[in-house]
Each structure stands twice: as C-alpha cells, then as structure tokens.
Design a protein around this ligand. Sequence first.
Ligand code: MRU
Length: 337
Amino acid sequence: MQQFDTVRALRWTGTTLELLDQRRLPHERVVLKCTRAQNVAEAIRDMVVRGAPAIGVAAAFGVVLAAQHATDVARIRIEIQKLAESRPTAVNLFWALERMGKVLDAGGDAVRLEQEALSIETEDIAANRRMGELGATLIEPGLAVLTHCNTGSLATAGYGTALGVIRSAYAQQRITQVFADETRPWLQGARLTAWELQQDGIPVTLQCEGAAASLLRTGQVGWVIVGADRITANGDTANKIGTYGLAILARHHGVKFMVVAPSSTFDLSLAHGNLIPIETRPMSEITSLAGVPIAPAGVAAWNPSFDVTPADLIDAIVTERGVIEQPTADAVRALLA
Ligand code: MRU
C-alpha cells in the first residue's frame, strides 16, 4: 500500500471474506469472518461493511461463497436474491450482483465467479486512484475541504472516492486540512473518517454537521467533497443524509461542490433522483446514542439514511472515466452511455 493509504475494509482469503467490523471502530479492530453468503448479507444489513462500493465488492464475494457451498445453480440464485435485499439505496450492490449473475448465466463455476469478484475489487481500487488524480486537479492549492460521511478505504475496496480525491490532493499539497462532519446518526465521520485519516497522517478536524454553515462562511473551505450511493441519468445524486443541505450551503457561500463516484454508482435506468429508493432506518438510531436513550420514551423519529442532491447544485462529478462539470443528462450520457 502507498503513503496515505493503509486501511482496508475487506480481505478475501479464497474461502472466507474477512470484514473489519466498522461498528466497532475506532476503539476496537475486530475482524468478522464470513464463510457463507448469508453471513455477508447479514454483515451488509447490519453495517459491519458499508459504503456503496464496499457493499458491492462484499456482495460479489458473497456470491462466490454461495457457489462454493451450493449443490445447484438455483440455490446460488436464492442467495443472490438475499444479498440484493440487504440494503436498498446503493446501486453498486445491484450492479455487482448483476455482473456476478451474468457469469453464472454463462455457466461460470465458483472459480470463474471468484475471478469476477476479484476483478470487481481490483477495478474499484483502480477507479478510485484514477478519480483521485482527476479530482485533485480541480482543487486550487491553499484551502481546506469539507467532507461528509465516510467515503474512504473503509467504504470501498481501497483508497476511497471522495476521500481518494482528498488523499491525492493532500499528497500534492493542494489542501491545508480536512474538516469532517460527524454524520449523525451512525457517526461515520466521527468514528470512521476521522480514524482513517488519522491512520494515514492526514490532518482532520471533526465538527457536528450543524457547524457546516459557519465553517463555510469563514472562507477557509474551497470545496465540499462527497461520495455517492446512486447517481441518476440527469446527475441527481443520492448520498448520506445531510449531503443535500451541504450542497445548498456550498452554493450560498460560493464554495464548490464535488461528487466523486465510480461508473458503478450510476443508475442510468432512473431519469431523476425522485425515483431513487431511500432507505429508512430504525427510529432508535435517532432516539438513542450508543445504546443510551437521549430522547423521551415514545417520541416519533424520522430516520432517512440518504438524501438526494439535485444536479444543478453540483459543480463536478468525478468518475474514473472523466469529469462531468455542471452535470446534465446530456453530459452524463456523453461520458457513460
Ligand atoms: O450508510 P452508509 O454508511 O453505507 O452510507 C455511505 C455513504 O453514504 C457514502 O457517502 C457513499 O456510500 C459513498 S462511499 C464511497
């Protein structure tokens, strides 16, 4: 691994998918060993592994485990269906399962499926490195950046999407420091992004997301840089809840807004963002913190896990195939269709 890139969320041994349990970070490094497809589906559902590309890679290895243990193809297809039901918003999951399904349709055995899963993993890291290079060139040196959720090595096969751009830009001395939103309610920013950047020696300052407006007003931040869970044909982008608000704040304060996502995050079958299925998670994630109740018993809570940022609030979408500035349906089609 290279400088500023030392963390990995997944490791495939040939018979087991080892997942760094992201629910236990930053205090404990616990590895969960998945030997069956069902273990992988549960790990995705329970947020052991999370982040759109990482979910896709994990699911691909889940299909390999299914094939290694199944006695017939029908059984593998049932396991694929269960993997597909683990989380609804990140399209990388369905993209990876479709790719594995095509290998199965063509008569591929467990060995061939393993090759495909390994390709998905390797291609994701390569895409992230390419996006890192492309995104970093957009950043004029001298200012800080603000990011949301965790989009790093923990959220991908390695290097990261938005955090990959941040890694590359930091290595090129283009950014002074990184501000990370804590990202309620799962605290991916506090628990994961702050930890991951610390591991790699990149200076990070944590803030609650309510501080974003005040931070952007100071003029210290040149770009807000985020990942994506699904991007529709017109460039509308679903990402962690709170991203849409950041895009509005960025536009209001004259700060640029960058989305970084591989082509596997695009869903060209959907015309616009209102069509994206948004995961709603349990109320208890809002009404309690680390298992301790913080709200009156019985209060209602609304807990959408993602929101949609309209394309016209996005200055650049960085993909491994190139950069789309001021995204429109025509520009997305020209790059990806
Ligand atoms: O609920 P999560 O932690 O899976 O949500 C993750 C995000 O929203 C990330 O920003 C997104 O997947 C892009 S990560 C490369």
